[in-house]
Design a protein around this ligand. Structure first.
Ligand SMILES: [Zn+2]
Length: 461
């Protein structure tokens, strides 16, 4: 039998695969997701080992090699999970990565118990349904569907569950630091970092492939002075000096800059706009030179944020007593850089703008490595094909993520990483549920996502 299979051309091999009964497979998928949502992996403290054991048991049952990793390094009750479905090694592997932890849920704000995994009103409810246990189960079950149907693989499929994405990203960090060998032949990596966009009638306008993300470059700003009584003002009061510096920063307009993914994003969405907006968006760099177009474009807070480095003044501390001039005053600034920007030059520029050596900047975090993935790849084409087949009116585009994901950590190893979602959700569900309350997903949507990933994996072979 094995010999016959070996001699057959690929097209005949494909014909030998066993079809999946998607109706029963969907029911099985829903039950697995409900159980996954019942595992409380609120971070802190995480307790991801429970999730890792749960996933490993399923993988063991399917005969897919799986390992629980990094339990010592990540601390008590924490772990990463790694699994691999082997192909013939003809091409490099593709990895599906999700985080097993979830943000806290305040039960009193929820309609149901956030860890009940209950089905109600046509939805499966639970913290993590959208961010990102739902995706994790889409990844898992699409891989299992490939295994069960016996599709011949040229690329291994790697499945990873990480701890701690929602807090410190230690899960991905430790994984990349300790297991570069397990990722050595991985060419593509898929994780969160993009939302598909629906119109008011619930039709998909576009599917998103996240190819780039902003880099957080938060700063602590400090001015030291001499404490004294508020009744006798002095020149050594650090508060006005800090305010003067912050005012200059607030007045500063960061330059506009179009990165390749953002350029493509605007070109892609231009087709959904009437003139003159269609023309403006189809050449965003030119439009930014036109005052009318520029005003309209930058009025959109998301578009503004993907066209420039942004600076938000957020934290502020002076005296905690009205009649005391404090010894120091400080602020925190949320700076987000476009992927191709150099953090050191941006910091040097800020210092020049402030032009006061008494104002001290200290980075609150090291920026993650820059992330801007190419779109002329086998995986990107596979996504386009899978989308075309199920949503012929929709297109695939590349919005930039303004927040942060674990993608750049994997990018460090040279892996081409994408944000990809199998959800077909109205914006309102995403906004309410993700890090909010009443996070839920319809079972149909989970089934849709599993088949979407199943096709993407097949078409990338
Ligand atoms: Zn997430």
């Amino acid at each position: 039998m094995a010999l016959t299979a070996f001699l057959l051309p690929a097209s005949d091999l494909a014909a030998q695969t066993k079809p999946i009964d998607w109706r029963t497979f969907t029911a099985e998928t829903q039950a697995i997701l409900a159980n996954y949502l019942r595992i409380n992996t609120t971070n802190p403290p995480g307790n991801e080992i429970l999730a890792a054991r749960f996933l490993k048991a399923i993988l063991d049952r399917e005969g897919i090699e799986a390992r629980i990793l990094d339990t010592t390094e990540l601390g008590p009750n924490r772990a990463n999970l790694y699994a691999r479905l082997r192909g013939n090694g003809g091409k490099k592997a593709i990895a599906l990565v999700h985080h097993m932890d979830v943000v806290p849920a305040v039960a009193s704000y929820w309609t149901v118990d956030p860890f009940s995994g209950v089905v109600k009103d046509g939805y499966l409810w639970g913290r993590g349904a959208l961010d990102m246990k739902g995706d994790g189960i889409m990844h898992l079950m699409s891989m299992i569907a490939i295994k069960r149907s016996g599709i011949p693989l040229t690329r291994d499929i790697v499945f990873i569950g990480n701890a701690d994405e929602e807090l410190g990203s230690t899960g991905a960090q430790v994984f990349v630091d300790r297991h570069a060998d397990l990722l050595r032949n991985v060419e593509y990596l898929i994780t969160e970092g993009s939302d598909n966009y629906l119109d008011a009638n619930g039709n998909v306008v576009y599917f998103s492939v996240g190819v780039a993300e902003k880099r957080a470059f938060w700063q602590h700003v400090l001015v030291k002075g001499t404490p004294s009584h508020g009744s006798k003002p002095t020149k050594q009061n650090p508060v006005p000096r800090l305010i003067a510096a912050l005012y200059k920063i607030a007045q500063y307009e960061t330059p506009l800059h179009v990165t390749p993914g953002v350029d493509k994003f605007f070109r892609d969405i231009s087709r959904t706009y009437p003139e003159p907006r269609h023309t403006w968006l189809s050449n965003i760099a030119a439009a930014l030179g036109n005052p009318e177009a520029r005003e309209w474009i930058l009025n959109d807070v998301y578009w503004n944020a993907i066209l420039r480095n942004t600076i938000s003044l957020t934290g502020l501390t002076g005296s905690n007593k009205t009649n005391v001039i404090p010894p120091e005053a400080s602020a925190e600034i949320d700076i987000r850089l476009l992927p191709d920007q150099d953090p050191d030059s941006v910091l040097a520029l800020l210092k020049r703008i402030v032009a006061d050596t008494a104002v001290h900047f200290t980075p609150l975090l090291t920026p993650k490595p820059p992330l801007e993935s190419p779109t002329n790849t086998a995986l990107f084409s596979a996504v386009e094909r899978a989308v075309r087949e199920r949503e012929p009116k929709a297109f695939v585009t590349t919005p930039m993520e303004t927040g942060a994901t674990d993608r750049p950590i994997y990018r460090r190893l040279g892996i081409i990483t994408y944000g990809l979602s199998g959800f077909k959700l109205p914006q309102v569900e995403i906004q309410r549920g993700v890090h909010g309350n009443d996070e839920r997903v319809s079972p149909d949507n989970i089934a849709y996502g599993v088949r979407f990933f199943y096709d993407v994996l097949r078409y990338t072979q």
